[in-house]
Design a protein around this ligand. Structure first.
Ligand SMILES: NC(=O)c1ccc[n+]([C@@H]2O[C@H](COP(=O)([O-])OP(=O)(O)OC[C@H]3O[C@@H](n4cnc5c(N)ncnc54)[C@H](O)[C@@H]3O)[C@@H](O)[C@H]2O)c1
Length: 369
């Protein structure tokens, strides 16, 4: 029997992704995680979570989560306007924090969260956990093993249908933060930076497309809003290791720009940057040959395992190491989003100031197994 004591974690923010992604998948890692309870500013949502799990506390106030000495960590699944204030308050209350992306709205806020965590010797992790997918790890080991020769270019995209048609709080996402890059593009950008490390310079175009939108679903259906942050961005990236990249992201229409394509001197890999088990294709650089790469047996069936990053974070708390899905990498993604806006406004390329050490590959036995 394992001697690992599961980490007691409270979920703050019981919305769409907490319900469909995190709660079911965290319950799948009972060896690492114990869901201690739930808090949402809408109490009925927290009560629903308690009912689904058949237990766990419902907290009436955020302070009640902080005052519960049995809670070791907060899983911050609020909308992006809540990430920095809730995470900061949780760290100040002595709780470890794993946040949905983006880790904060600005780079200085992320600096503050990291300083707070480091000074209190707490762990600060951040989604997405997609680099922990078995398929994404398998491609990483094939790149390191030289299967595509020397990698030189990486292309990524997250461009979906108009957000206001499927998300009941689309206005929150388009009126807070930096741009669609900070909210949607962390999937390709986190994979790109996991494989190739930090970006040193960016240039690009950011803009607001469709200046007035109307929410089409949920309680706010019919509400009109004017987006205030860029919701369509195209960027060029120069990585510290010499690789060059292109990122494309928007909430204004689907695109066939590859979700993630890694090009090398001998070939390219095409894969999904968020879902595990979605399939990988190898394209030869020397012929027109294209072939599927076998899916690792443990991969999900074309899905993202939301609980895996939290399970790795729990393991990082117990073994006193940096979580693989780290705030350092998440801060770098926030800065990429900020600097793409700056580059667009100035019409020039802009240097980044943050960097991070890419996470270690998961190896033969993953920390959550
Ligand atoms: N919905 C998705 O498909 C999806 C996918 C991946 C990641 N995410 C990320 O997950 C986060 C949440 O997204 P969502 O889609 O679940 O949003 P949502 O609006 O459905 O849920 C957010 C929940 O947080 C609660 N909340 C907000 N601020 C709070 C606060 N200060 N204290 C307590 N509760 C608070 C809201 O009441 C709501 O229940 C976002 O950062 C988003 O980028 C969402």
């Amino acid at each position: 029997m394992s001697s690992f004591k599961p980490v007691r974690i409270a979920i703050v923010g019981c919305g769409m992704i907490a319900k469909n992604g995190y709660q079911p998948r965290c319950l799948n890692y009972k060896n690492k995680i114990e869901l201690a309870g739930y808090f949402d500013q809408d109490k009925a949502r927290a009560e629903e979570f308690q009912k689904i799990a058949g237990g766990g506390k419902v907290y009436a106030k955020l302070e009640d989560v902080f005052n519960d000495s049995s809670v070791e960590a907060v899983l911050n699944l609020t909308t992006l306007d809540g990430h920095y204030p809730v995470s900061l308050a949780a760290l100040k209350a002595g709780k470890n924090v794993y946040s949905e992306k983006p880790v904060s709205i600005t780079t200085p806020q992320a600096d503050e969260l990291i300083r707070e965590a480091e000074s209190r010797k707490l762990k600060l992790g951040c989604a997405p956990s997609s680099p922990l997918g078995y398929e994404q790890q398998n491609v990483w080991s094939r790149i390191r093993g030289g299967e595509i020769g020397t990698p030189h270019t990486v292309v990524g995209s997250f461009s979906c249908t108009r957000l206001e048609y499927w998300h009941p709080n689309a206005d929150v996402f388009m009126c807070n933060g930096v741009s669609v890059i900070a909210d949607a593009a962390p999937y390709p950008l986190t994979m790109m930076t996991t494989y190739f490390g930090p970006v040193v310079r960016v240039s690009g175009f950011s803009r607001i497309l469709i200046p007035e939108r109307e929410i089409q679903t949920g309680p706010k259906a019919g509400t009109k809003f004017k987006p205030t942050i860029p919701n369509h961005v195209m960027g060029l990236l120069e990585f510290e290791n010499g690789v060059r990249g292109y990122i494309h992201s928007g909430w204004s229409g689907q695109s066939t720009v590859p979700a993630l394509e890694i090009q090398g001197t001998d070939g390219s890999f095409l894969l999904n940057p968020h879902n595990d088990g979605a399939g990988v294709k190898f394209l030869s650089a020397k012929s027109h040959e294209s072939q599927p790469i076998p899916t690792p047996p443990k991969a999900m069936n074309n899905a993202l395992d939301w609980g895996k990053g939290v399970a790795d974070f729990a393991d990082a708390i117990r073994t006193n190491r940096t979580p693989r899905c780290s705030a350092y990498q998440a801060r770098h993604i926030v800065e990429i989003a900020e600097k793409l806006n700056e580059a667009s406004d100035k019409g020039t390329s802009v240097k980044l100031t943050t960097r991070f050490d890419p996470p270690a590959p998961i190896g033969e036995v993953a920390p959550w197994e």
